[in-house]
Structures are given as structure tokens and as C-alpha cells.
Design a protein around this ligand. Sequence first.
Ligand SMILES: [Zn+2]
Length: 294
Amino acid sequence: MATAGNRIPTRGPLWMLAATGALLGVASAASPVSPELRVTPADVAQGGVFLVEVAVSGQAGSVRVTVAGRPLLLYRTPAGFRAFAGTSPATPPGALAVRMQADFGGRTVHAIRTVRVRPARFAVRYLRVPPEMLDPRLAAYERQRVLAATSNPLPRPLWDGPFRVPVAGPVASPYGVRSLYNGQPRGHHLGVDIRAAAGTPVRAAHAGVVVLAERLPLGGNTIIVDHGAGVFTSYLHLATLAVQPGERVRASQVVGFVGSTGLSTAPHLHWAVRVNGVPVDPLQWLRGELVSRP
Ligand SMILES: [Zn+2]
């Protein structure tokens, strides 16, 4: 049973509490604070996503976290900082180092955590396509357009809760399969192909801002949505586009219609999710263990 003296005072004395809190903040910044680096889960298959959290007490000047040398986009939470990190078929199986550097008023703290990356078994698919589509200049142009559109991500998550499937239909080609085009290896399939009739509405997987809405040589009519915190979704091979760059979209808002434009052999949606630059397995975002906002 709390006595009157233990209750949080209301009105007048509140500013005094705030002042005390500020003093504590200064005190803990000056005394040894250990920011705690956590990764969840610490074990993923290639294509999996993990959460990086830095719990800080006191005042953190700046915190930097890299995975395989690539900096993550961290956002502030009441407990510290948070970021999403991804793996892909290009991530070597084994130990993946997550490195933190935190600066606290002139004091620098380093920490390393390890995520175990399990090898995923990827099937092989064989496709016949017009040879002119394999001109490397087309892929280079497309990469440059996508990089330009995704180079300035919104800092905080605009979504809350699991992502939603953009179009209903069977998976025609899963994430990660190795593709051979006209017998030539072309790398892994870095999204999921969902079969649907031409003209079926395609819906934004979650809230965000459209950063690309244009025809690309291989992706065909393509939409990219920035969901914040380094998470982007892409919708390829659309028949037509229903949104413009810069437009804010709600979860499940129609962004286009299923088609077969670009490097595509039949109507379907190629849906991809990139996390801090890494193309990850999109289907895990529908389950939502990792994706809720704090
Ligand atoms: Zn595809």
C-alpha cells in the first residue's frame, strides 16, 4: 500500500519531478552507462529479418549500428533506438556480426552481437525470355532508378501491425529461387510472384509514401512505397498505375492493377520487400512477429 508520500504529486510539484529527471539524465550520462544491444531473433534463415534494439538509460549522443558494414536506419523509441535488418540469398550462412558504436558525452561504447544465418534451400526455375531483355544496360538503368527513389528513406515507421497481402492468389514463384533465363544463371528471385488475373487491383501492403511510379524496362509498370524505418515494398509488372510519386497511401489502398509488363511471361504480381537495402522474404511481413511499432 503506497503512502501519500510515495504517490506521484500532481500539479505544482510536477516541474520539480521533471527537473529531477533531467538531473538524473545528466548524472547517468556522466557515470558509466552501458547501452544494451539486442538482436531478435538471433537465428534466421537466409531471407529472414531481425530486429535490432539499443536500450539506453541517460542521454545518448549518437548511436550507430552496422550489419555487414552497412549502417542501419535507427529510430528512437521510449527505451532507446530500434532498427530492422535483413538477410538475403547473398548473405553468407554462418555468423553475421551486428556492431554498435554509441557516443555518450565524449565516452564511446562498442558492442557486437551475432546473428546465426542458416542456409536456405532454393529451387531452380528455367525461363525463356526475349534475348534483348537480358541486355545488362537495362538492369543497370533500373538499379539506378530504384536506388535514386529509395536513397532518402522516411526515418520512422508509418505502419503498425502485420503487412497485408497486396493481391490474393497462388504463389507462382517463391522468394529465393535461382533463375536461369535462356539457360543463363541470373541470380536469385528477390520477391514473390503471386498469380492473379490481369486487371485485378493491387493494394499497398501497408501505409506509406509512394517514391516511384513509372515504367521500368524489366519491372514494367512499377510502384515502390516507402513505409519508413528503411522498409520499402515494390509492386512490379502492373498493367496500369493508380498512384503518383509523393502520394501518401493507406494500408490496402489500390496502387495499380495486375499486368504482365516488363520481363514477365504471364499476368502476375512480383511483390518485394527491402529492409535497409536488403531484399528479404516478403511473406514473413504478413505474419507480423517483428513488425509492430513499439
Ligand atoms: Zn518475380
